[in-house]
Structure formats: C-alpha cells, structure tokens
Design a protein around this ligand. Sequence first.
Ligand SMILES: C[S@@+](CC[C@H](N)C(=O)[O-])C[C@H]1O[C@@H](n2cnc3c(N)ncnc32)[C@H](O)[C@@H]1O
Length: 290
Amino acid sequence: MSETINSYFNQLVNNLKTIYSDRESESIAFLVIEYVLNYSKFSYSENRSQSFPETKKEILKSIEIRLLNSEPIQYIIGEADFFGLKFKVDNNVLIPRQETEELVQLILTENNAEKLKLLDIGTGSGSIPVSLKKNRNNWDIYATDISSAALIIATENAKENNTEITFLQDDICNSVAFNSDKKFDIIVSNPPYIPRMEIDKMHNNVKNFEPHLALFSPDDNPLIFYQHIAEFSQTHLNKNGTLYVEIHEKFANEVSELFKNKELKNINIINDINEKARIVKATIKSFLSC
Ligand SMILES: C[S@@+](CC[C@H](N)C(=O)[O-])C[C@H]1O[C@@H](n2cnc3c(N)ncnc32)[C@H](O)[C@@H]1O
C-alpha cells in the first residue's frame, strides 16, 4: 500500500526536529505540504489519509533537503505572513518578524488621525508600510531602503496588497531623498542592529541565508543607524510628530540615551509580549513646554 499524506507529513516533522523545535517543525511541515500539494490547512486535514501523489515526491524531497540545510521555508516558498498579509520574500530582504508586527500594532493603536505623513526607513520587503497603509488608507506613506533589490520586492508587495506607497532609494547615513522642508508626522524604522561579533551565536537559517545588509551594524558603532535616524528626525519630524524604532533588547538604554543627546523628548522603552525591550519611541517637542 502506498504511503499516506499524513505519513509523509510525520516523516518530515521528525526530520525537521533535528534542527527546529517541535512546534516550528510542525508549522514548517504544514507550510511545505500546503505548498507542494496546493492544499489549504483545512483540506490537508480532510485529505491526510489519501496516498501521497507520486508526481510530488521529488519536489517534496528537494524542499526537505533545502530545509535540512537550514534554508528558511519562507525563501523556499517565496512568501512570508506578516500582520495577516502575504509578502513576497527572497534573499534580498529580511523575513518580516513577529516582533515587528508589535511595532505596526503600536503605531495603529496610538495614531487614529484620518490623514498623516509617515516614513519607514529601511523598509526591506515593505512589510511595515504596506501593513500600515492597509489599515489607514488615507495616510500618505513613504518608505526608503539603501538596497535597490529590496525596493523591487517592496514595490511588488505594495502592488500585490493593493496599497500605494512612495518608495525611494536612500542611504540613511547620507540621506538625500528629501528636501529639508519635507516633514513627517511619524518616522518608523527597524534598522540593522545586530553587532557583527554576534554572528557565531546566530542560527544558520539566519546567518547563512538572510541579507547581512539587513542584519548587521558595525561592531565599533552598533548604534550608527539610530544616530542617523535621530539626526534625520530632528529636521524631518513635524513638531508634534513621533519616532518609533525597533531595537536590540540589549541596547534599549543606549538608544534612549543617544536619542536624549540628540534633543529628542518623551523617550519611552516598550517591551514586547515576551517582556523584552523591543521598541523605543520619542518625540521632538516636550509635552511639558508650551
Ligand atoms: C532589519 S531590516 C528591516 C526590514 C523591514 N523593515 C522589516 O522590518 O522586516 C533593515 C533594512 O535596512 C536596510 N538598510 C541597511 N543599511 C541601510 C542604510 N544605510 N540606509 C537605508 N537602509 C538601509 C536593509 O537593506 C534592510 O532592508
């Protein structure tokens, strides 16, 4: 008797457990079976006792080999979920993370204005601006990245999700994309923030596959991007505007101190659901001054 879809699923889960946790292995295996057999999860559970199609065995095997070589499932299937939306991804863009969904949620919770101007610096796949625009259709949203390859993917994601975003190539360390009179109500950024010296502690699926341009900051100045984002905010944030940045949990106090030295006010460190410092928020104007 030929083997069932379920037995292929279980075999894949067991093999994946050699490099992933039990929970991760199961959710990756679901994605693979869905992708290979073109099933939704619902029909997987309905069809699990059927025979695994002969014609799909080769593709399943090739995906398994790539997964066991630590390649992220999102790059293999070319897609990642973020904030309830689908984003095209390849190895030119960071795979959008759950922590960053909390940054998007915070901005939506704190900002109900019908209209405002927002800039996302270091947009990668465009996950932040597209998710925001999907929920605040009248906001005027801009996004920049130094990587032209990332901007191509971000533009496709905006189109696929029916959102209009203005994408511009710009280096935040030497920004020329905006005149000094261009102001934003919100500036948001999830910049590269992992010191290069941490590379040996990182999982292979991250360090061997995700773009180093998106991950790493220089060892001798790990906060360099926050420094330039703060300086940019001094001239480009409206006087009632807010800056939101995602941070490395280890650098919450340093980023706050840096922002203070750059004359930013009302600096707040916000923890994520795992109680790790994850976001720093600041404004230009002191709420106490008139
Ligand atoms: C941590 S990733 C964030 C990607 C996306 N915003 C997200 O949250 O998934 C950082 C992004 O910053 C971009 N980047 C790196 N250096 C930059 C620079 N000097 N100026 C602008 N963007 C830069 C990278 O290309 C990458 O897309």
